[in-house]
Design a protein around this ligand. Structure first.
Ligand code: ADP
Ligand code: ADP
Length: 236
């Protein structure tokens, strides 16, 4: 059975300036599966990731299931605590840039999601740091690390609490282009090793394909006659 299922999910921003509508007709993600969400800037990737992070509701969804729970029903019933709890325990996030708390050490940053999920596991935090080649920097602050090292701390942190799903919004935005392929490959490999499904948002579908990701691509974007920029994300 799928870890994540969406059918007929929609979300729109009105506003006279730039009305926007996101549609995801149908999409399933199996446990441990990796997927890239690809589309140009402004196509709704962040909006879709916020929905998948259980942080923002769809306007409508015939089916929205995650980790055996009916997310659409949770939103309809206003069960924000259940959604926040599910997010804290089952989802890991790799932010676009920064995202590490500057006053915590590398170890403190990696262990943070475990504390938030109420499941401290120092041995796993340490093992992830070693696995990702940042064990020697355990007691340093993020500012003392290179951009590439910080990105690896962020990957370790996203996996620390054994999430079922990792969400990464443009995880290569802050690294050199030469390193970007390696970051995408590393993220995929580490999530697979941890048994976590992975969704990466990227403006560069070719890079995602090179790194071996199946792609959910943005099909249309320019505003139609009604002035609404409509993004339809479907399996390429
Ligand atoms: P991407 O991540 O692909 O760049 P976004 O999801 O950030 O795309 O944005 C998609 C569209 O929705 C853009 O036109 C953006 O301006 C608009 N948008 C995003 N968030 C909001 C919001 N909170 N209110 C109104 N419009 C928004
Ligand atoms: P930069 O310092 O330019 O940001 P990186 O942080 O990506 O570069 O790499 C720093 C060093 O760590 C390099 O020598 C690189 O080969 C090495 N490295 C990269 N990934 C790993 C890993 N997963 N495990 C161990 N070492 C790694």
């Amino acid at each position: 059975t799928a870890l994540l299922s969406l059918r007929g999910a929609r979300k729109a921003y009105r506003g006279d300036a730039a009305p926007f509508a996101l549609e995801v007709p149908a999409f399933d993600l199996a446990e441990g599966e990796a997927l890239a969400i690809a589309g140009p800037s402004g196509s709704g990737k962040s909006t879709l990731l916020m929905m998948l992070a259980l942080a923002a509701p769809p306007d409508a969804a015939e089916v929205f299931r995650f980790a055996g729970q009916d997310i659409a029903a949770h939103w309809r019933a206003g069960r924000r605590d259940a959604l926040a709890d599910l997010r804290a325990r089952r989802i890991g996030v790799v932010p676009q840039t920064g995202g590490l708390l500057p006053y915590l050490t590398v170890g403190g940053n990696i262990a943070l999601p475990q504390r938030i999920a109420g499941r401290p596991d120092p041995a796993r935090a340490r093992a992830l740091a070693e696995e990702l080649g940042i064990g020697a920097h355990w007691a340093k602050r993020p500012a003392e690390l290179s951009v590439g090292q910080r990105q690896r701390v962020a990957i370790a942190r996203a996996l620390a609490h054994r999430p079922a799903l990792v969400l990464a919004d443009e995880p290569t935005a802050s690294v050199h282009p030469e390193l970007a392929d390696a970051v995408l490959a590393l993220l995929k490999r580490e999530c697979a090793a941890a048994g976590a499904a992975l969704i990466v948002a990227t403006h560069d579908p070719d890079r995602a394909i090179r790194a071996g990701y199946p792609v959910l691509a943005c099909e249309t974007h320019a505003p139609g006659a009604d002035g609404v920029a409509r993004s339809v994300f479907a399996r390429a």
